[in-house]
Design a protein around this ligand. Structure first.
Ligand SMILES: NC(=O)c1ccc[n+]([C@@H]2O[C@H](COP(=O)([O-])OP(=O)(O)OC[C@H]3O[C@@H](n4cnc5c(N)ncnc54)[C@H](OP(=O)(O)O)[C@@H]3O)[C@@H](O)[C@H]2O)c1
Length: 444
């Protein structure tokens, strides 16, 4: 391997950030969010921006869509194809930070991470695929530390709300009170009946299809230090649970969020050099087991989620089954995913609530529950865009106090920052304490 970052990066790259995959369904929403802040004045968090993709006409249309009803601003459109490593490497020399929206990441993500790591450029993405994230960590963390490239996957709805929401809940266990486990209930609502774009579905299907690769990867790595949990494991409970206090039917899901949180907690237990300087913050976070459940108000809706999960589980591992799943997404998800993606009305009318129900003990060893909640607009495209752009701003503004480099989780990098307290709250994603005692009534 040749050269440190200084030899490759221009001394001052022309762009604060480049959005790669700007033509995608999600990429366009991310461009729209970035444009709200683009201003060369010194007080703006975003003074310069470029968009990258493989087709100039598509990039022009994406910018036009994102700028509407205003005319398109004069933003450079850079041609870049992840199958041409030179083109990605060139992008990395033009910017401090790449926002990668090209997915499925297990298929397309690695050349972008590799180029960022080699050039010392920072990298954020909206990946929700644990195998990709853990493979990148295994393969590139050491070199990223050397070149000073910060690589953080999962900076969208996957997995920032889970990471920051859990940290928010855990920081309320003060004094001798101790959490044992926290259950997150994710509820998405839309008056129009929400659907999602194929890209997310394809990533999920490929994730299940390659679940064995993740198991093998984990077995091939040295064991990580485990966090010290207090109290027992959560009870198994029924497949479908009725959580009366928050009015939801819920089912446990194998989500990227729980594996990202597990990595964050074991990084804390290992306490590597990269995060030692943040120990004051982390000493206020007591580790707890973490479980994610999807919750809906309607019992039929939860059956739809269960059926979709069962179809993916049954068919994704077999090539013909996978072909069926990916050719007829609407049928196998009972209308939840399609190739067109949701309409703008569906996206604009969507919203989410994510409840964190923490179970543990108070100062006297009695049972205690702390319930916190995150709320925000439609999760897949609006909240994901807000989160990714705000993560980018935190990184641009506070780079000097962050780990110098490495492949790290969003919780480790953004947990101690002002992302949750200030930036997300100011941009429509709220964090609230709902109850801090067993006998409080929950507000639905
Ligand atoms: N974290 C979250 O909560 C969250 C939310 C939404 C989406 N996502 C993830 O984001 C990813 C994208 O989803 P999406 O629905 O936006 O998918 P999409 O509409 O299919 O967009 C894919 C993007 O990748 C680009 N691309 C494909 N091959 C490329 C190549 N060889 N070189 C350069 N660019 C290439 C496409 O460019 P062309 O236009 O040229 O084809 C397009 O811009 C998925 O992995 C999804 O799971 C995550």
């Amino acid at each position: 391997m040749s050269g440190g970052p200084q030899q490759v990066l221009l001394s001052t790259p022309p762009y604060d950030l480049i959005i790669l995959g700007a033509t995608g369904f999600t990429g366009k929403y991310i461009v729209r969010e970035a444009l709200k802040f683009l201003n060369p004045s010194s007080s703006s968090p975003l003074k310069s921006l470029a968009l990258a993709g493989r087709d100039h006409a598509k990039l022009t249309n994406a910018l036009k869509w994102a700028a509407h009803p205003l005319p398109s601003p004069p933003i450079p459109l850079l041609i870049s194809d992840i199958t041409k490593p030179q083109s990605i490497r060139h992008l990395c020399t033009q910017t401090k930070l790449i926002l990668n929206c090209v997915g499925p990441f297990r298929r397309y993500g690695e050349p972008v991470v590799a180029a960022c790591v080699e050039t010392g450029c920072d990298y954020l993405d909206i990946c929700g695929e644990p195998e990709f994230m853990e493979r990148m960590e295994a393969k590139y963390d050491g070199r990223a530390v050397e070149t000073g490239s910060l690589v953080v996957s999962g900076c969208g709805f996957d997995s920032i709300p889970a990471e920051l929401g859990l940290i928010f809940n855990l920081r309320h266990w003060v004094g001798k009170s101790t959490p044992s486990w926290v259950e997150a209930y994710v509820n998405v609502e839309c008056s129009e009946g929400m659907t999602y774009n194929f890209g997310t579905y394809e990533s999920a299907v490929l994730g299940v299809a390659n679940a064995d690769a993740l198991v093998q990867l984990r077995r091939s790595r040295p064991p990580r230090r485990r966090p010290k949990f207090t109290g027992g494991a959560p009870p198994k409970g029924p497949l479908i649970e009725h959580k009366k206090e928050i009015g939801l039917w819920a089912v446990r899901i194998p989500s990227a969020d729980s594996s990202v949180v597990r990595r964050t907690l074991s990084t804390l237990a290992q306490n590597p050099q990269q995060i030692k300087h943040m120990n004051t913050f982390w000493s206020s976070v007591k580790p707890a087991r973490f479980i994610v459940k999807i919750g809906t108000k309607s019992f039929l809706e939860i059956l739809r989620c269960v059926a979709t999960g069962m179809f993916i589980g049954m068919f994704a591992k077999n090539p013909f089954g996978r072909w069926l799943l990916l050719t007829f997404p609407s049928i196998f998800t009972l209308g939840l995913f399609n190739k067109k993606g949701p309409s703008e009305d569906e996206v604009n009318n969507g919203s989410f609530k994510m409840w964190f129900v923490g179970h543990g003990f108070d100062d006297n060893g009695n049972d205690k529950e702390i319930v916190t909640r995150i709320m925000g607009p439609e999760p897949g495209y609006i909240t994901t865009s807000i989160i990714l752009i705000q993560c980018a701003f935190v990184l641009l503004a506070k780079r000097h106090v962050m780990p110098k480099g490495g492949v790290l989780t969003p919780g480790i990098v953004f947990g101690p920052s002002h992302l949750q307290q200030q930036r997300l709250q100011e941009n429509g994603i709220s964090f609230d304490v709902i109850s801090n005692h067993n006998d409080d009534k929950l507000e639905k």
